[in-house]
Design a protein around this ligand. Structure first.
Ligand code: FE2
Length: 208
């Protein structure tokens, strides 16, 4: 169950529209390493995460990713508010405009619509946590790419920097979670069984 708090995790007040930047930043809404992908990944993976502390971490980070989704959508909305037809056509936003006007719809910067194959739930905690670590790095790289094009626009760059910093924190937390899960496994072979599916086998004391 969730409660909605009617405020953004970090304030966004963009005063000048910019169709080009909106197209780039849209990738962090519905692109392969964007916030829909992140939130759905963690909020789905938590069910097969038997370590309850790590399952709680997935719920917490998945919930925060929903707040990031809201921030990215707000940035896109504010960047496309009040655009003229001329700006829409010149910036290359035309094809998007035909299908969605200036509504917020999940697609990558290159125009590919969001689909669930952009994240994975393998049901194996070790596998899933490795995906989560990679996902956080991919999101951080994407924010770095975005920052290179918005650096001269502080009202856009500030919230993007906040989002990037959170990806780094999530990466750290998932690293700790992976260590915790692996500590409960056979140190010589983490992959001897899946802690999310197989029952741990303990040898009887006199077994040869
Ligand atoms: Fe994240």
């Amino acid at each position: 169950m969730w409660y909605y708090e009617k405020r953004l995790e970090y304030p966004i007040n963009i005063t000048t529209s910019n169709a080009k930047l909106a197209q780039f930043i849209a990738s962090q809404y519905g692109g392969p390493d964007g916030e829909i992908s992140a939130s759905m990944r963690y909020l789905s993976q938590r069910f097969s995460m038997k370590d309850r502390k790590v399952a709680g971490l997935l719920t917490d980070i998945g919930t925060e990713e929903l707040a990031h989704l809201e921030m990215v959508s707000t940035i896109i909305h504010q960047l496309t508010k009040g655009l003229s037809m001329e700006e829409i056509e010149k910036s290359g936003l035309g094809p998007y405009y035909i299908d969605h006007t200036v509504g917020v719809w999940p697609q990558a910067a290159g125009g590919i619509p969001f689909n669930a194959c952009e994240f994975q739930v393998k049901g194996d905690p070790v596998t899933d946590l490795h995906e989560d670590l990679a996902a956080e790095q991919k999101a951080r790289s994407t924010y770095d790419n975005i920052l290179r094009v918005v650096n001269n626009t502080p009202e856009v760059a500030d919230p993007i920097r906040f989002l990037r910093a959170r990806e780094v924190v999530h990466f750290q937390r998932f690293g700790e979670a992976l260590r915790n899960v692996q500590e409960g496994l056979d140190a010589k072979n983490f992959y001897a069984f899946s802690p999310g599916f197989d029952a741990p086998v303990t040898c009887p004391p006199n077994a040869k």
